[in-house]
Design a binder for this molecule. Structure first.
Ligand code: BTN
Length: 327
């Protein structure tokens, strides 16, 4: 009922609509309309009420409500129906929440999205800072019939899709991807991606792609240890805020397109998209893995998205994971 009341207000906006008209149209009492208006106001919608004219919607909050996301999307798999969007005002980690849903059988394309994470997780056991209403914390559940070894390709696909999604909403930013999936602007991190899987040796049960983006964060929103190494779209976009709703839609739309194209065109398409934004290949780098720390030149990607490093003596090695430092 709340969504129906909201829709009537939106349809009439910027004009007023009376409580009586809404009640008649929806077949409920005026008290019920009034209660739903109050609930919408608590959700952050700006609704004026005038005893003579009725109600008027004057503003929509930039919160990631499923109804606001779905209306800007034309996806076929990812978040393609309202029931596939699981929204949290606050959650420990959207990846963890979505993993629980996946274990209970949630379908492919389900997403978990939060205004705030209290225990956001990053790669290599790090934490991820996600203060309320400043960024996007989003996880996507995919169930492709593929081998676990194909997982890295989806991480690269996500990095390219998020880059294009940001470019659509905030054109002109120079975003580069540091292998495998850190999005940097002016050498500072604006987005990180954490892909987690449930698999047997040769069978992928599901894949959860977690995306964290610093969208409208000001410098004071970053914890001290991140102030020099992280940035936000706001900070790089002439201190202009961008709509988190629009950005979320833009990213989900791109991901949906890319995911479907992967099955039509194969992995070469993903590698080509990723390379458009690459700032790793052709550079001297150091890669830290759990076992080694090796310096060399990043010379290419394997067909499955591994990084190929050439050492001084010409030896070539493939890395499937690790933390890259650009020299
Ligand atoms: C990294 O760069 O280390 C990856 C950061 C990934 C953060 C996102 S935010 C949404 C999702 N939920 C999490 O707990 N982590 C990912």
């Amino acid at each position: 009922m709340r969504q129906k009341v909201l829709q009537l207000l939106k349809d009439k906006s910027p004009a007023h609509i009376s409580g009586e008209e809404m009640a008649r149209f929806l077949g409920v009492s005026r008290t019920s309309v009034w209660k739903n208006i109050q609930a919408l106001q608590l959700d952050g919608y700006y609704i004026e009420s005038s005893p003579r004219l009725g109600y008027r919607l004057t503003g929509v909050p930039d919160l990631l409500y499923p109804a606001e996301i779905i209306k800007g999307l034309q996806s076929r798999i990812i978040a393609s129906a309202p029931e596939l969007i699981c929204y949290f005002r606050q959650v420990d980690s959207t990846n963890t929440a979505l993993k629980n849903l996946a274990d209970q059988g949630a379908p492919e394309g389900t997403i978990a999205i939060a205004e705030e994470q209290t225990g956001g997780r990053g790669r290599l056991g790090r934490s991820w800072s996600s203060p309320a209403g400043k960024g996007i914390s989003l996880s996507i559940l995919l169930r492709p019939s593929l081998a676990p070894g194909d997982t890295p390709l989806f991480t690269l696909m996500t990095a390219a899709a998020v880059t294009q999604g940001i470019n659509n909403v905030a054109p002109g930013l120079s975003i580069g991807i540091k292998w495998p999936n850190d999005l940097l602007i002016s050498r500072r991190k604006v987005c990180g991606i954490l892909t987690e899987i449930k698999a047997e040796a040769d069978l992928l049960h599901y894949l959860i792609i977690g995306i964290g983006i610093n969208v409208n964060s000001k410098l004071e929103d970053f914890p001290p240890e991140l102030k020099k190494i992280a940035t936000s779209i706001y900070l790089e976009n002439n201190k202009t805020e961008v709509s988190r709703q629009k950005l979320t839609c833009s990213i989900l739309q791109k991901l949906d397109d890319f995911y479907r194209r992967y099955f039509l065109e194969g992995p070469g398409f993903i590698l080509a998209e990723w390379k458009k934004y690459n700032i790793t290949l052709g550079r001297k780098i150091t890669i830290n893995t759990f076992r080694d720390r090796i310096t060399g030149t990043a010379v290419g990607l394997s067909p499955r998205g591994a990084l190929i490093l050439e050492e001084k003596d010409g030896t070539r090695r493939e890395f499937h994971s690790g933390e890259v430092t650009l020299r």
